[in-house]
Design a protein around this ligand. Structure first.
Ligand SMILES: [Zn+2]
Length: 80
C-alpha cells in the first residue's frame, strides 16, 4: 500500500507537535502520526510518526479532546 502524500487529506493521520523528540531530543512542528497496525492493546502507544532528523519512529498516544472517548473501565463483571 503506498503512503499518501502529506498534502493529501487522510482521516487516519493525526498531525501534532512534538516538544521533545524521543529520538533526537529536538522539537518538531506538525509531525504526521499514523495508527499502528496490530498494536499491543496493553501498550500505551497507538500511533507512530517519523523523526525528520533521524528518520526513526516516534511512538505516541492519542488523546481525544472535545469528544467523548471510550471509557477506560472494563465492561466485564468481576471474576469470581
Ligand atoms: Zn526528532
Amino acid at each position: 500500500m503506498p503512503l499518501a502524500d502529506d498534502d493529501e487529506f487522510d482521516p487516519d493521520v493525526v498531525t501534532a507537535d512534538v516538544a521533545a523528540c524521543p529520538r533526537c531530543g529536538a522539537a518538531h512542528i506538525r509531525i504526521s502520526f499514523r495508527p499502528l497496525t496490530n498494536h499491543d492493546p496493553a501498550a500505551p502507544y497507538r500511533v507512530y510518526g517519523l523523526c525528520p532528523t533521524t528518520n526513526q519512529p516516534v511512538l505516541a498516544t492519542i488523546e481525544v479532546v472535545g469528544e467523548k472517548a471510550e471509557e477506560p473501565g472494563a465492561p466485564n463483571p468481576p471474576a469470581g
